[in-house]
Design a protein around this ligand. Structure first.
Ligand SMILES: [Zn+2]
Length: 381
């Protein structure tokens, strides 16, 4: 369970669009509140990684198309173009977006256009699962890691991604097929912490209709998860026989809202929780649970995972830092300025042959260059 979970009013029992003001009666007062997870602590991150690992494993089992591990990067020029492109009917544009939202906005826009181009060319949608990540050197560029399923030649991915470089390089291709065994490789991008950008939330851009791994609910094992009241099997059996929590995506497909509520009440009746794999039987005052949570919160902090407290100073600092990195990139790419085509070809911000002799600038130097002030002075910390 989330180390920083909170209870929030269950929207089902409030006046909302779905019920049009017809609020249903509360049959059990305990359903008035629902637990909300922080999404940042080690338990939340692990749960997210585990859910995707299971869904991707199931996808590979049922998908006969070839799957490739890919990394998609962005060139300064395409970043410049995307940021400066005019809004459309379905896309508000990125003019007033900054900080990490800009990174995720750029990735989301580029992936959408990439998929649209693919559909136009091949008359079929491209099955994909892509996670965003920020680089750790140089300009710390946004890029995507993930899987693309297609029986077309890999070169076609390269030809359709117009925004930067596509890895693997041609000679590395044969090592890059996806299998159940190699799926862990991609999961690490969700599970790890990012010391350089602690407030950055990576996003997953993935196929839906059908969602990744949906076929599981039609399989023998998936049918064992059907709702049976107190006897419902709410676990997923891994290939080596371990029982792990069933991904939320499958719960939402298998159970109605009422059934989920019932399952939640059954859990509350049992009064037991799992924290970091440890079963905690709650005593009446909740002391045991509290002690265990405190213990793991400390570990959570030491390992660099986040929580639901917002450190505004830090967020502001990272935001300002990000803005400056973008100004550098855009300056490089601006048609009026020095078009720097030879550098930064891989888009991950790593130093390449063309740039190796250039001294690495640190962020304070960049700040001073652009604004004439120190970064720390600018944001008042
Ligand atoms: Zn959490």
């Amino acid at each position: 369970m989330c180390l920083y979970g909170e209870l929030a009013i269950n929207r089902k029992y409030t006046d909302n669009k779905k019920n049009g003001g017809n609020i249903p009666p509360i049959l059990d007062i305990r359903t008035k509140y629902v637990p909300i997870s922080c999404g940042k602590c080690i338990e939340c991150k692990r749960a997210k990684a585990r859910d995707w690992q299971i869904r991707l494993t199931e996808e590979i089992k049922s998908n006969n198309t070839k799957g490739y591990f890919v990394t998609l990067t962005f060139s300064d020029e395409s970043i410049y173009k995307i940021i400066n492109s005019k809004p459309t009917k379905n896309w508000p544009g990125l003019k007033n977006i900054e900080g990490y939202s800009l990174d995720n906005g750029i990735a989301t826009r580029a992936v959408r256009l990439f998929l649209e181009n693919w559909r136009k060319k091949y008359n079929t949608s491209l099955r994909h699962w892509l996670a965003t990540e920020l680089g750790h050197e140089g300009t710390e560029n946004i890029h995507l890691h993930g899987i693309i399923w297609t029986n077309e030649n890999f070169e076609e991915i390269r030809n359709t991604w117009h925004y930067g470089y596509v890895y693997p390089r041609p000679h590395e291709l044969e090592k890059n097929y996806v299998s159940e065994r190699t799926i862990n490789y991609i999961i690490k991008y969700i599970n790890k912490t990012d010391e350089d950008h602690p407030n950055y939330d990576s996003i997953i851009l993935a196929s839906h209709k059908p969602g990744i791994g949906l076929n599981y609910i039609n399989t023998y094992n998936g049918k064992l998860n059907k709702f049976k009241g107190a006897n419902t099997k709410e676990t997923y059996t891994t290939s080596n026989g371990r029982e792990v929590p069933l991904p939320i995506y499958y719960k939402n497909k298998l159970y109605t809202d009422e059934q989920k509520e019932q399952l939640w009440l059954i859990k509350l009746d049992k009064n037991e929780r799992y924290i970091m794999g440890e079963k905690v039987i709650n005593d009446e005052e909740g002391k045991q649970l509290h002690r265990t949570l405190e213990y793991y919160r400390k570990i959570n902090k030491e390992l660099g995972y986040g929580n639901n407290e917002k450190d505004w100073n830090k967020i502001q600092y990272e935001n300002a830092r990000r803005k400056l990195l973008y100004e550098t990139r855009l300056k490089n790419a601006s048609p009026a300025g020095q078009l720097n085509m030879g550098t930064d070809k891989d888009g991950r911000g790593k130093t390449h042959k063309a740039t190796q002799n250039r001294p690495k600038k640190n962020i304070n130097k960049i700040a001073k260059e652009i604004t004439g002030r120190n970064l720390s002075d600018m944001i008042g910390i």
